[in-house]
Design a protein. Structure first.
Length: 152
């Protein structure tokens, strides 16, 4: 699907605040409410709009300790990769997991309440996953930029 300029503006508006009504969006886009509704349905059907979520301020919910963990698997077999990805996907502390190139195999973003909770996570959850060869963790000192919006 090719996105036209109105689709791109609509997606930008929805990424900034998905709770806007179709009427509000129609005014901003100079379209009818029906046209906005139809465009949104088309974007959903095409899988461009995946879901609508609420973003939380992590400090307000006591989850302001962020760490990034590099993970190296013991072996690079298909079986090890599939098992690791399945197990790490079930860890609620893991916000993101990326299979990456370079010295490590995965980059995992973890959010917990504090250093003690991170240690507990590492000892009892992450390192108990079989097939992990090594880990290397880094802690966020200050979040300079965080966005969920994709520039289109």
């Amino acid at each position: 699907m090719t996105l036209d300029i109105i689709d791109k503006k609509l997606l930008k508006l929805l990424q900034s605040n998905s709770k806007q009504t179709n009427k509000e969006l129609s005014i901003k886009l100079n379209l009818s409410v029906t046209a906005v509704y139809e465009r949104i349905k088309k974007l959903e059907k095409e899988g461009i709009l995946l879901k609508y979520v609420a973003l939380l301020q992590k400090e307000k919910v006591n989850k302001n300790f962020v760490a990034f963990c590099h993970i190296k698997l013991a072996q690079h077999t298909q079986d090890y990769i599939i098992k690791f990805e399945k197990e790490v996907s079930n860890l609620v502390e893991v916000m993101e997991c990326h299979h990456i190139s370079g010295d490590y195999d995965y980059l995992v973003k973890v959010i917990v309440s504090d250093m003690e909770a991170f240690r507990e996570f590492m000892v009892n959850k992450l390192t108990s996953i079989s097939h992990i060869g090594s880990t290397h963790s880094m802690f966020v000192i200050n979040e300079v930029k965080h966005t969920t919006a994709i520039n289109i």
